[in-house]
Write a protein that binds this ligand. Structure first.
Ligand code: MRU
Length: 349
């Protein structure tokens, strides 16, 4: 079984605090939208689909707290909460996708009493969570067909149950290949600076007994050259119309290394991660995070005081390095400009 990343309980949102993993399994109790916004910003919850779900639940919490009873005032208050949730993290499009879906429910039910709309918003947020788990299982089933028996699979960051409503995208493919008894094993990159690979992916896989070996990020090239990696699979935060993929910083480097060593490089993501309103990855906003994430490790300083730092949290991998994108609707192959059009999300983005 996979860990419970997020839950709705007694009109509160419970979030497994990923900053404390693997040392402690602690749930944050968020009683209002501001607390959920903070949890996303500070990465108590992270991973594109998971922050989409958190945003939907945060907005539902926010709706419950609105005292206005006429629709126009309620809608205007709801939009203010939406705007602050949207500002929490800029790169993963799932956050905007989930909020747009919630706003759509509100607008479609304009004629109903505000109290009824609040109930519908809570139900919608729960549906976003439940559907995400089902979508991931389908991604897993589709992607496992790409995994040969006894494959050694490299993954980067955490695109697992912790990054989603459950089961995971890239780790969903790995989970399914394991359930299918393919005898696979995983190489997890540690994923500096925040160590999502070491702390989260290794923790998740070990809980299920899936063999995993941890490497420092820069060791991947050597393992590839030595023939120790059969395929790479990662998640995504936003996929542009031409198939360019924004994902955790370091993905681009791995994709180039994989091409050099003729190793397939797969991306697994739900359709809610596609942003077909943008043509290329150049248009994807890349979050730059606090320098202290780079200058410290485990709370200890690892660099001279005041040193200049760059800390982009994501990079863009050009589509030419991607062998295929696995979605719940099937496997998309190059040329992505042509094949992606057929996989437009349900909301037409
Ligand atoms: O900064 P993070 O930890 O939110 O970054 C997460 C990633 O880059 C994941 O690979 C991506 O969101 C896909 S999660 C299914």
């Amino acid at each position: 079984m996979f860990p419970k990343t997020i839950a709705w309980q007694d009109n509160k949102v419970l979030i497994l605090d990923q900053r404390q993993l693997p040392a402690k399994e602690v749930y944050l109790e968020c009683a209002d939208a501001a607390a959920v916004t903070e949890a996303i910003k500070e990465m108590a919850i992270r991973g594109a689909p998971a922050i989409g779900i958190a945003a939907a639940m945060g907005l539902a919490l926010g709706a419950l707290g609105i005292t206005e009873t006429d629709y126009p005032s309620f809608y205007s208050e709801l939009n203010k909460i939406c705007d602050s949730l949207k500002g929490a993290r800029p790169t993963a499009v799932n956050l905007c996708w989930a909020l747009a879906r919630m706003q759509g429910v509100c607008e479609a039910n304009e004629a109903k009493p505000v109290e009824a709309i609040k109930g519908l918003l809570v139900a919608e947020a729960l549906a976003v969570l439940e559907q995400d788990i089902a979508i991931n299982k389908q991604i897993g089933a589709n992607g496992a067909t790409l995994v040969p028996a006894r494959a050694t699979i490299l993954t980067h960051c955490n695109a697992g149950a912790l990054a989603t409503g459950g089961y995971g995208t890239a780790l969903g493919v790995i989970r399914r290949a394991w359930e299918d008894k393919k005898g696979i094993q995983v190489i997890a990159t540690e994923t500096r600076p925040l160590l999502q690979g070491a702390r989260l992916t290794c923790w998740e896989l070990r809980q299920e007994g899936i063999p995993v070996t941890l490497i420092a990020d820069h060791m991947a090239g050597t393992l590839m050259r030595q023939g120790e990696i059969d395929l790479c699979i990662v998640g995504a935060d936003r996929i542009a119309g031409n198939g360019d993929v924004a994902n955790k910083i370091g993905t681009y480097t791995l994709a180039i290394l994989a091409r050099e060593h003729e190793i397939p490089f797969y991306v697994a993501a739900p359709l809610s991660t596609f942003d077909l309103t943008i043509k290329t990855g150049e248009e994807i906003p890349i979050e730059e995070r606090d320098p202290s994430e780079v200058t410290t490790l485990g709370g200890r300083s690892t660099a001279p005081e005041g040193v200049a730092v760059r800390n982009p949290a994501f990079d863009v991998t050009p589509h030419r390095y991607i062998s295929a994108i696995v979605t719940e609707d099937g496997i998309i192959r190059p040329p992505f400009e042509e094949t992606l059009v057929r996989f437009r999300g349900a909301d037409g983005r």
